[in-house]
Design a binder for this molecule. Structure first.
Ligand SMILES: [Mg+2]
Length: 206
């Protein structure tokens, strides 16, 4: 194995309080963009996401420019209220990079929000080699970002492991491309080769 690609939210950290804050903020931004009240915006997001699986796709279906949405969201969201530097995460990245593996981060967020979240976790750009956001490629489950990561790492899919917490949205496309896959903090995904309870567990496998 030559590269590890990791999802950010729900994979590098777990926080139901931040998730709730993110949802509330997303609804606020959608309400503002569409000129509707928050209850209606919540209903629209809920119903659209049931069909389209991701917030990124849902906002587009609702007629909102994805980049505008994430830019407004990044201004409104305050992740450091809920997330704090995680020394074990830093150690994980240091160990993985000691093993000369290419580390790519992959999120459907825009770059500004992704960097804000990583900053709160104490993950600086010395921890990883590449960051692919929905500013750089079509969001997951589109294969575009997965392919971009592979080309940035200069590896074939068989040489890469994808780690994520969403079965249909990220592990399925990664598997379809031929990557090895690890599900984290969830279980039962048919596209996952391995199951992890923590990133530390991964260090004993690779
Ligand atoms: Mg996730």
């Amino acid at each position: 194995m030559k590269a590890i690609f990791l999802d950010i939210d729900g994979t590098l950290y777990r926080s139901s309080d931040y998730e709730q804050h993110l949802l509330t903020s997303s609804v606020m931004v959608i309400a503002e963009c569409l000129g509707i009240d928050r209850a209606e915006a919540f209903k629209k997001l809920y119903e659209t996401k049931k069909i389209h699986k991701t917030v990124s796709k849902s906002v587009e279906v609702l007629g909102i420019d994805r980049r505008k949405f994430y830019s407004l969201l990044a201004e409104n969201v305050q992740p450091c209220r809920y997330l704090s530097p995680d020394p074990s995460l830093k150690r994980f990245f240091a160990e993985v990079r000691d093993r000369r593996l290419f580390v790519g981060l992959h999120t459907n967020s825009g770059k500004k929000l992704a960097l804000k979240v990583l900053g709160c976790l104490g993950v600086d750009d010395g921890c990883y080699d590449a960051l692919v956001t929905s500013d750089d490629a079509e969001p997951k489950p589109s294969l575009e970002g997965f392919r971009l990561l592979l080309s940035m790492a200069g590896v074939s899919p068989e040489e890469a492991l994808y780690v994520g917490d969403r079965c249909e949205v990220e592990l399925e496309p990664a598997k379809r491309l031929g990557m090895r896959t690890a599900e984290i903090h969830t279980s039962g995904c048919p596209y996952a080769d391995i199951h992890l309870n923590s990133l530390q567990e991964l260090l004993s496998i690779i």
